[in-house]
Design a binder for this molecule. Structure first.
Ligand code: ADP
Ligand code: MG
Length: 636
């Protein structure tokens, strides 16, 4: 016997073993999905062969009547799912069925809680796949012959779903794969062909390949006797779902199709199905998922639509059809213009792709806009899942900036909770008379931002401020610039100019106070020296003695901290120290003759301004020492 034909026993990769185990134990309440997964794999295998056959027709040869067969053997208690698709070689079987190549697998397994219901959902999101066979079977046999290989090069893979599997070479007359499931005692409901047919209809009606089962009927034989007859019957509609007309597709069919292409377990949140005719001729069906995947924030993770050309599957994850900030959108695009030989490289250069991308981007944004209008609650769910990614939009897609701006949601000083639920349109509609800017504050988290001293005057005057605390927020704001003709203003930048929001009396009072505190400002400036850009009086504070602000054209503190924590030193960054003349501590400081005490008090106020905005002190020990000294003097 040649070496390659030998039977060998191999172990599952650790992650595969864990997933297998989970599959058996957490999904038993939804047993029937195994059939969806196996049909989905069979259909994928046929799609792949059709595609490879474009360049190498000999791979398909005579056997070009593509179909998936489901057979039941009641005596042996088995069902088998067979296809005449691309098949697998011995090496492929070992790798594809024994390991999990998906990125983030370890991270996913770590995220499981042990709570079966929650975990079942997580596994669903991760994609259940081939291992779902073990939900219903105690032994799974896979027999496969890869396209282009001889009958004697076929392979059999067997596992009872524990740590190991066996592989050996076998003879197999036809190309393709058969998965044979020996059903567990509590799964023999699936031996009922009527039940099985219903499941196929439910989950695989949209699969473009026919799914064939045996149909028993009573016929008459040559002698005129009644006899049981068996005939093949196609169980599904077997027409690519997107090629059918919208009006004849049920919501459930759209949902099942989504699960088929996305490997998601949950229903999609919404979708949009469109046929475009004219200069370009294509059909698209795009979906917004209900839950974010694990790798949403990883910009390199695979993404994109499934590409078909004239109903022939060409590739998964064609990322050229949507911008990166819409990477959560799933779906298919089927073009009648592209060449069947199109490759990833060619896609990048094709001018037709560019206009399809623009149209699909607009379609996806319109879909979100419609969702926001129609069902604010659902849109909120969408935002909580995917808002972080949509926030990348204004920087990436200049042309759609306005459209995206309308889709953004923020927490504000009006809401007192960190839920990002307010649109800019809402904010603008609530702006005060005389207010010409959209104000925002940025900090590391909601609490710090919402309690920033910089907000004091706004709270006093009842002016709403956007409260930003996501890592991406300052980056986002640097690209937004304006909305509805109103500029954005970071409350931590520049000297506060409330414009028409201040009356004449307030302005006169300010000028008076500034004169009064001129000497104090000079003393503090001399003391702080190089530490600050400038010292000045402010009217933005009511309760706090002082705060730190950056110049209008400087990078904000939040962004600076993020970049610096990533090891990137940023030049500049000196800030202006603003003092509140209304605060009793400043009045005290103004009267302080003792130089040491003046210095200590000033430094403490300066350091506190740093602490209040969530910053770090250069010399925390000195701060503590000074503060304690002052406290002791107080009690003396
Ligand atoms: P996925 O379908 O998401 O890739 P699965 O766990 O369902 O994950 O399948 C794992 C892999 O096994 C597939 O990617 C494919 O390479 C291989 N495979 C499974 N079923 C078949 C089949 N019927 N024909 C050919 N290859 C298959
Ligand atoms: Mg699969």
């Amino acid at each position: 016997m040649p070496v390659k034909a030998k039977k060998e026993t191999l172990g599952f990769q650790t992650e595969a073993k864990q997933l297998l185990h989970l599959m058996i134990h957490s999904l038993y309440s939804n047993k029937e999905i195994f059939l969806r997964e196996l049909i989905s794999n069979a259909a994928d295998a046929i799609d792949k062969l059709r595609f490879e056959g474009l360049a190498r027709p000999e791979l398909i040869g005579e056997d070009n009547d593509f179909k998936i067969r489901i057979d039941i053997d009641k005596d042996a208690k088995t069902i088998s799912i067979s296809d005449n698709g691309v098949g697998m070689s011995r090496e492929e079987v070992i790798v594809q069925l024994g390991t999990i190549a998906k990125s983030g697998t370890a991270q996913f397994l770590d995220s499981l809680t042990g709570d079966q219901k929650k975990d079942a959902q997580l596994i669903g999101q991760f994609g259940v796949g081939f291992y779902s066979s073990f939900i219903v079977s105690d032994k799974v046999t896979v027999e496969s012959r890869a396209a282009g290989l001889d009958a004697s090069d076929a392979v059999r893979w067997v596992s009872v779903g524990e740590a190991e599997f066996e592989v050996e070479n076998i003879e197999k007359a036809e190309r393709g794969t058969s998965v044979i499931l020996r059903l567990k005692g509590d799964a023999d409901e699936f031996l009922d062909s009527w039940r099985l047919k219903n499941i196929v209809k439910k989950y695989a009606d949209h699969v473009s390949v026919p799914v064939v089962m045996k149909k028993e009927s009573i016929g008459v034989d040559d002698d005129g006797d009644k006899k049981k007859k068996e005939e093949d019957e196609v169980v599904n509609t077997a027409k690519a779902l997107w090629s059918r007309s919208r009006s004849e597709i049920k919501d459930d069919e759209y949902k099942e199709f989504y699960k088929h292409i996305s490997h998601d377990f949950l229903d999609p949140m919404t979708w949009s199905h469109n046929k475009v005719e004219g200069k370009l001729d294509y059909t698209s069906l795009i979906y917004i998922p209900a839950k974010a995947p694990f790798d949403l924030l990883q910009r390199e993770a695979p993404r994109g639509l499934k590409l078909y050309v004239q109903r022939v599957f060409i590739m998964d994850e064609a990322e050229q059809f949507l911008p990166l900030y819409l990477r959560f959108v799933k779906g298919v695009v089927d073009s009648n213009d592209l060449s069947l030989n199109i490759s990833r490289e060619l896609l990048q250069k094709d001018p037709a792709i560019e206009s399809m991308r623009n149209a699909l981007t607009k379609r996806a944004l319109d879909l979100l806009e419609k969702l926001a209008k129609k069902d604010a609650e659902k849109y909120q769910e969408f935002w909580d899942e995917f808002g972080q990614v949509l926030k990348e939009g204004p920087a990436e897609d200049f042309n759609n900036k306005e459209k995206i701006s309308k889709l953004l949601r923020f927490a504000t000083t009006n809401s007192d909770s960190n839920t990002q639920s307010q649109s800019l349109t809402n904010y603008v509609s609530r702006m005060k008379d005389g207010q010409d800017k959209i104000y925002y504050v940025v900090a590391e988290n909601f609490h710090t931002a919402n309690n920033s001293p910089l907000l004091e005057v706004f709270k006093k005057k009842g002016i709403e401020v956007l409260v930003l605390f996501d890592r991406i927020d300052e980056w986002l704001m640097s690209h937004l610039m304006e909305f509805d003709g109103k500029q954005f203003q970071d409350v931590a930048k520049g000297s506060l100019d409330l414009g028409d929001l201040e009356d004449k009396a307030e302005k006169e009072e300010k000028t008076k106070v500034e004169k009064q505190f001129k000497d104090l400002v000079k003393r503090i400036t001399d003391l702080l020296g190089e530490k600050v850009e400038e010292v000045r009086i402010t009217h933005r504070l009511t309760d706090s003695p002082a705060c730190l602000v950056v110049n209008e054209d400087e990078m904000g503190m939040q962004m600076r901290r993020i970049l610096e924590s990533a090891g990137q030193p940023i030049p500049g960054g000196k800030r202006t120290f603003e003092i509140n003349p209304e605060h009793p501590l400043l009045a005290k400081l103004n009267d302080e003759a003792d130089v040491d005490r003046f210095n200590d008090l000033t430094m403490v106020i300066y350091d506190q301004a740093m602490l209040a905005e969530g910053g770090q002190l250069e010399e925390p020990a000195s701060y503590v020492k000074r503060l304690n000294k002052l406290l002791l003097e107080l009690s003396a």
